[in-house]
Ligand binder design. Structure first.
Ligand code: ATP
Length: 354
């Protein structure tokens, strides 16, 4: 089931929490709603679920206008951050709960419910935990039970609100991978809220990046990471170096480095800041054509990656360059060395956009 949002706005008294939200999600996509705390992610998810009403705008599930429908009528599976399992019921009873509560006329038989529960517990790899109570499970296991329960009645859409944020780092990482594989198997249109960039980049087919109640950018993880449309997106999705320079005759100039920017449009002559991811910089110990020159002031090793902090004349901050440990050893880089580098992949944001 595809989902389309048209001009969704939400105000709480005088505060506009969501401003003109528009997007479409395809059947079977796994989408991350990503953004900093307070940007409106949860409010938007609750509006899609029918737990909150929009001040204006429309929501379609495929071609059906579901705006006036209640949460129940929308046929949605919901997973919250804090498990929300019934403590006095065992795992199987928790998963079966929604199925047993259905009106008699559409309720499955007892045998069919048992079969469905077993199938779901297999899906979330908890077959041997059916008789355990929530208190006897780890956080990650509880969240998998919550997922099985949300999927019990075969919803059209699965919504997850920060599903892993209460878990420790290692379990979170495992569950991310698991969710991705699990989603491929299931193919149910799913939206999960997160404020964790890595989680969104690793898990989602598509990221909707929000800031202050608005959408900043929508795209695949690669698109939003490599081609951020705004300085906010570039910063939010990972480390960036800001190289200060200017544009003249459609050419970006940073010290001795020059790059024709016409492929990215027509530029007025103005000062500009180039955004470059640390690993999108190529370094050498001897000068090449078009290199920027600097001096290594610090070296931090972080496992297989080494960060070189480089001071460059005319730049207000040191530039971080990440290289593989192998390259670092081969080049014999030491503090105080003169080094030459140039950016490989650049995004430019002219100063009046900052
Ligand atoms: P977080 O990651 O911290 O959960 P979020 O991006 O999910 O944040 P929301 O919970 O959607 O953000 O809140 C968006 C904004 O709307 C916030 O400024 C919040 O204070 C405000 N807000 C949310 N619910 C209400 C409410 N019922 N009444 C008034 N303001 C609200």
């Amino acid at each position: 089931m595809g989902i389309t949002l048209q001009n969704i706005n939400k105000s709480f008294k005088n505060f506009n929490a969501l401003k003109n939200i528009n997007f479409s999600i395809k059947q079977g996509e796994l989408v991350a709603l990503l953004g900093p705390s307070g940007c409106g992610k949860t409010t938007l998810l609750r509006i899609i679920a029918g737990l909150e009403t929009a001040s204006s705008g429309k929501i379609y599930f495929t071609d059906t206008d579901v705006t006036p429908l209640s949460a129940k009528q929308r046929d949605i599976g919901f997973v919250f951050q804090n498990y929300a399992l019934f403590r006095h019921m065992n795992v199987a009873e928790n998963v079966a709960f929604g199925l047993k509560m259905k009106p008699r006329s559409i309720r499955l038989s007892k045998t069919a419910i048992n079969e469905r529960v077993n199938q779901l517990l297999g899906l979330v790899q908890l077959e041997n935990f059916a008789k355990r109570y929530p208190d006897q499970l780890s956080g990650g296991q509880r969240q998998r039970v919550a997922l099985a329960r949300a999927l019990a009645s075969k919803p059209n859409v699965l919504l997850l609100d920060e599903p892993f944020s209460a878990l420790d780092a290692k379990v979170r990482k495992d569950l991310r991978r698991w969710l991705r594989d699990f989603h491929h198997e299931l193919n149910v249109t799913s939206i999960f809220v997160t404020h964790d960039q890595d989680e969104a980049l690793e898990v989602a087919d598509k990221i909707i990046l929000m800031n202050q109640g608005q959408i900043e950018q929508i795209g695949t993880p690669t698109e939003v990471y490599k081609q951020p449309k705004t300085a906010f997106v570039a910063h939010f999705l990972g480390d960036v170096n800001l190289l200060h320079g200017y544009i003249e005759n459609n050419t970006l100039i940073i010290g001795d480095f020059q790059k024709d920017m016409q492929a990215q449009g027509n530029w007025a002559d103005q000062s500009a800041i180039a955004y470059v991811r640390p690993h999108e910089i190529s370094i050498a110990k001897t000068a090449r054509k078009n290199d920027i020159q600097g001096q290594v002031v610090r070296i931090h090793t972080a496992g297989p990656t080494v960060f070189l902090e480089i001071a460059v004349a005319g730049q207000p901050k040191h530039i971080d360059v990440s290289v593989s440990y192998r390259q670092y050893e081969q080049q014999h880089v030491e503090i105080g060395d003169h080094i030459y580098f140039q950016p490989i992949l650049i995004n430019i944001f002219v100063q009046d956009q900052l």
